[in-house]
Design a protein. Structure first.
Length: 178
């Protein structure tokens, strides 16, 4: 069993990640895992709608298999797992009531320093999860397709995921061919 992370992200931020503008995700906590680790992106069900871009490969595959361009309708990503990335580094942005903000890191979060301070209000830490090897799925996945992991006194135990995580949670790493 290989451990990964399922992270909830609002649609507007998912859009910025897909466009390559946002390459650092800011969180108040971090997984107890060494980097690199895999993260699955769950796009929350709120507004705005997130339309998944159609890859050239998918369009070509549809045309060759069916003779039509049925994939021209962009799938909706809200309430689905839209893709995955490798978190290749976690930066400590805040500790002991002090910020350690690198200008370049702030730029890649798509947040202002003031927004980061407001978000960190009362937190013990603030971490920048660095996004690399981003892969957006042609067909967004449902939560039930993932196996959650929860800590027990005997170690990690697998179980179904019945609702999205508030921030993030451990899951089993999945292997798909999209």
């Amino acid at each position: 069993m290989s451990k990964a992370v399922l992270i909830s992200i609002r649609p507007g931020w998912c859009q910025k990640i897909m466009e390559g503008q946002k390459t650092i995700e800011v969180r108040k906590t971090r997984p107890k895992m060494d980097t690199p680790f895999k993260c699955y992106i769950y796009c929350t069900a709120g507004r705005p709608d997130l339309n998944i871009p159609i890859s050239q490969e998918r369009l070509m595959r549809d045309y060759l298999e069916t003779g039509s361009m049925k994939s021209m309708n962009c799938p909706l990503g809200n309430g689905k797992v839209i893709g995955e990335f490798t978190c290749n580094r976690v930066t400590n942005l805040f500790s002991n009531s002090r910020f350690w903000l690198d200008e370049d890191d702030v730029l890649h979060t798509c947040l202002s320093a003031a927004e980061m301070r407001k978000y960190a209000n009362g937190a013990r830490g603030l971490y920048g999860w660095h996004i690399s090897n981003l892969r957006i799925y042609d067909h967004p996945r449902d939560l039930w397709e993932f196996t959650g992991l929860r800590q027990t006194k005997y170690g990690l135990a697998p179980g179904p995921i019945t609702r999205p995580p508030q921030s993030w949670r451990y899951v089993e790493e999945e292997l798909w061919n999209d």
